[in-house]
Design a protein. Structure first.
Length: 205
């Protein structure tokens, strides 16, 4: 039986393969952690990516948004075969929420450990991974696709296969990231109408 320890590029701190396609995942397991943040205060529409002073290993990326807290924020773990080029080729493995702290401090920004299975990835096969996070209280917050505050990682290739014997040392790959504020469709539509009107006006002159 093979155990692979992995951290995804953004939110997944540990992946352990106990059997074919079975994984345990979180973003604050053992000494490695990659907390996730709310949108940047000055520019909430721009995503920031990189390890912060709270990450382990630490980094120099500065986040001005708060650490994500509790059941308000949902995180989805996606995985699939290494041939996948984006999330359309991955399957939803499981969904959970973030941990809660008494202040804007760890363990806020971290998830609980969750367990799931990867379909279509055989023993010793290579998987593609990714995560999506959103604010369930934001406009359209019933799902990631409709939420006005959300963020996702790029897909990441697992560098070790699933199944087999114990693999050491752990293969840690990770960074923190912030969510972004997505303009509401109505605002975007009004902006488009305004731009079209401006073009028409200029053509008449």
């Amino acid at each position: 039986m093979k155990k692979i320890l992995l951290t995804s590029l953004f939110a997944i701190a540990t992946v352990a393969s106990f059997a074919q396609g079975t994984i345990s995942v979180g973003n604050g397991i053992t000494a490695t952690r990659f907390p996730i943040y709310a949108p940047q205060l000055a520019d909430p529409t721009t995503q920031v990516v990189g390890s912060s002073s709270l990450s382990a290993p630490t980094g120099t990326t500065v986040y001005t948004g708060a650490l994500l807290q509790g059941t308000r924020y949902a995180i989805e773990f996606w995985a699939g075969p290494s041939s996948a080029t984006d999330f359309s080729g991955l399957s939803l493995i499981t969904t959970t929420t973030f941990r809660t702290a008494t202040a804007n401090a760890l363990p806020a920004g971290l998830t609980t450990t969750i367990l799931g299975t990867i379909a279509n990835v055989p023993a010793d096969g290579f998987a593609k991974l990714g995560v999506r996070v959103w604010d369930t209280l934001s406009v359209g917050g019933s799902s990631y696709a409709t939420a006005s505050i959300r963020g996702q990682s790029p897909t990441l290739s697992l560098s070790g296969g699933l199944g087999g014997g114990l693999t050491t040392p752990p293969n840690w790959i990770g960074q923190s990231f912030s969510l972004v504020s997505v303009p509401e469709p109505t605002s975007m539509a009004l902006a488009g109408i305004g731009a079209a009107s401006l073009v028409i006006f200029r053509r008449r002159k």
